[in-house]
Design a protein around this ligand. Structure first.
Ligand code: KG4
Ligand code: ZN
Length: 383
């Protein structure tokens, strides 16, 4: 089944054409076209995503990307036969669009565009195709099924038997959710963040360090030069007996550390400078903050996930969401999974951050399960 998927929940206008096969027993996906137009440059001066700017950009980008995706291709590059059609227009058998969670004005642009395609573009060509509304978080959740995923070979060999029961951790800019999955369709939410999401904490710490938006990759880069043991930041809710998270306190601890360090630096400056030939090297200190913060986040995420694996006798860990693009986080999960003898699955780096391929994957599973979501923007849609 060829699915054209649209994702506009935040600051990426993404469209993809994906071929889905295998049914609910062994779903697998081939990416035919994948296009992500990032609005980072537009939002960067504001230090974060501005909903109305996101909407404006989506409205501008959607028809252009759609044209690129649907561009007719030469059927046979070597022989041109005049008695057959020369060009192939990609065939689409279903449409999919993110309906939430996300920024409401941004979500509506994708939903309205998808409705318009169904009602005008496709039906005027005589094609009656379904339009599937998708929960963005389900897109992240199922992204381990996409090509190039970590341990793809294990999935190909053993199928879903190698996976369930599974513990899934979704870590993105808006969410931090831990789930226990019995199957592709059945799960229980174990916990989630009580305040900031993991990605949000990365973004805010980046801003405190004067790094640009989006902060996650910048903090990761800065952390490479730092010592993760330089500063002992709190590990919020590490010992709490539940599966909830909290990153706001950690973020505040970083803020106070920077403020106190600055004050100390000013009061000691004269003394310090009189004894040293060159001034305080700020970049090293910032790198230590980044590395120590990252290490605190990793400790909490890993500890709670591993505890859940043990409690629910899970066979695998499914890690997804933008923050899962962080190599230190992936490495930590990979090595901890190995230690306790469970499989670790995560999408390839390109499918961690927002994209429409994962929306197509979730649409396929929802379509087969006959799960119909209402086609309206639901900014707080949960799992
Ligand atoms: O999943 P995503 O693309 O969008 C949402 O659904 O929110 O996640 C975006 C978040 C941002 O907060 C971004 O800073 C973070 O993922 N992120 C990272 C990395 N790459 C993206 N955080 C830490 N390390 C990274 N390498
Ligand atoms: Zn996302």
């Amino acid at each position: 089944m060829k699915i054209l998927a649209i994702e506009t929940s935040c600051d990426e206008t993404a469209l993809a054409l994906v071929e889905a096969n295998g049914g609910l027993r062994l779903p697998h996906f081939k990416v035919l076209k994948n296009f992500v137009s990032s609005q980072i440059a537009v939002h960067r001066p504001w230090g974060g995503v501005v909903p109305n700017l996101a909407k404006r950009e989506h409205l501008k980008n959607l028809p252009i990307i759609f044209q690129i995706i649907m561009k007719p291709e030469l059927k046979n590059k070597k022989t041109l036969r005049i008695h057959q059609p020369l060009f192939l227009i990609p065939k689409v058998e279903a449409l999919a669009v993110t309906v939430g969670p996300g920024l409401e004005p941004a979500l509506w642009t994708g939903i309205n565009f998808a409705k318009d395609l169904k009602a005008n573009y496709f039906s005027s060509a005589g094609q009656k195709i379904p339009l599937v509304g998708v929960n963005h978080l389900e897109g992240h959740l199922y992204s381990f099924l996409l090509p190039g995923a970590v341990n793809e070979k294990v999935y190909k060999k053993f199928g879903l038997k190698a996976i369930f029961p599974a513990i899934a951790l979704i870590i993105s800019g808006g969410h931090t959710v831990l789930l226990c999955l019995e199957s592709l369709a059945k799960w229980k939410k174990l916990g989630e963040t009580r305040d900031d999401a993991a990605g949000e904490a990365f973004d805010k710490v980046a801003r405190m360090l004067g790094l640009s938006y989006p902060g996650g990759p910048e903090v990761e880069k800065a952390a490479k030069k730092g010592n993760p043991k330089a500063i002992l930041f709190p590990r919020p809710m590490f010992y709490a007996k539940n599966y909830d998270f909290s990153f706001s306190g950690l973020k505040t601890a970083v803020l106070y550390f920077i403020r106190d360090a600055k004050q100390q630096m000013h009061s000691n400056a004269a003394k310090y400078l009189s004894r040293h030939s060159h001034p305080f090297v700020v970049s090293n200190r910032d790198a230590d903050i980044a590395a120590s913060f990252q290490s605190a986040v990793i400790d909490v995420l890993v500890a709670k996930t591993i505890r859940a694996v043990r409690e629910f006798h899970a066979k695998s860990i499914l890690l997804s969401g933008g923050v899962a693009a962080n190599k230190k986080i992936r490495t930590a999960f990979r090595s901890e999974s190995r230690k306790i003898g469970v499989y670790f699955f995560a999408p390839s780096i390109v499918f961690n951050t927002d994209n429409a391929v994962m929306i197509a994957a979730a649409a396929y599973i929802n379509y087969l399960r006959k799960k119909n979501r209402s086609l309206r923007a639901q900014s707080n849609l949960s799992l």
